[in-house]
Design a protein around this ligand. Structure first.
Ligand code: THU
Ligand code: ZN
Length: 213
């Protein structure tokens, strides 16, 4: 499970690529646009696709009225824009760096970001949360965990949503088998053979209903 390492001692515990990712996220933070919250966040992720690896960055971009973009979301968006999504890239590791006055605040991505990251990850995707000193000058801690541990309810939540989609699909011909199969394929990537049991049943029903049409 996760561990919290003090910086600079973390340099001996993390591997070189993980350190590089934290430093990239720190660098991205200097471009953050956060005039309203003054909470500047940087993110970087290492993705692989077709045996090619790349590192992409993101920072938070706020808006005066509507919700802005979180640093992790922009990093995922940049990844898709750079690599394309067919076949889907896979995130090996993601780092986020932020400064807080309150050291009890989490340095990990929020739940919405965990969901977006999960779309391109597997449970063993490494998540690094770098915390800067209050003045933003020094990296003081790095927390390390896996996305699966940070989001243990993800497969069940997705299964529940899929069940709801099956129900809608019975009435809405625009929702095709392909829609449903794509979602199941994503969950299979996460869960391996341990697909939540509620999925098999409605999927079977759905196919049966479609065959009758
Ligand atoms: N923020 C992120 O970009 N990532 C996080 O993990 C936490 C929050 C941003 C959103 C908003 O611009 C600001 O930080 C304050 O919540
Ligand atoms: Zn977020």
């Amino acid at each position: 499970m996760g561990q919290v390492l003090l910086w600079p001692q973390a340099r001996t515990e993390l591997d070189r690529e993980q350190i590089a990712l934290v430093l990239e996220a720190w660098r991205a933070r200097s471009n953050a646009y956060a005039p309203y919250s003054r909470f500047f966040v940087g993110a970087a992720l290492r993705a692989v696709r077709d045996q090619k690896r790349c590192i992409v960055r993101g920072c938070n971009v706020e808006h005066v009225i509507v919700n802005g973009v979180h640093a992790e979301q922009l990093a995922v968006g940049n990844m898709v824009e750079q690599l394309g999504a067919n076949p889907r890239p896979y995130i090996q590791a993601l780092a986020v760096v932020l400064a807080t006055s309150d050291p009890t605040l989490p340095a990990f991505p929020c739940m919405a970001c965990r969901g977006i990251i999960a779309e391109f990850s597997q449970p063993n995707t490494v998540v690094l949360g770098g915390r800067l000193s209050e003045d933003g000058q020094n990296l003081v801690k790095v927390a390390v965990d896996t996305l699966g541990a940070l989001f243990p309810s993800y497969p069940q939540e997705q299964a529940a949503r899929l069940s709801a989609l099956f129900d809608k699909a019975r009435e809405d011909p625009r929702i095709t088998i392909a829609h449903v199969q794509a979602r199941i394929a994503h969950l299979r990537l996460w869960c391996g053979r341990n697909l939540p049991p509620e999925l098999d049943k409605p999927y079977g029903d759905f196919l049966a209903v479609r065959e009758l049409l």
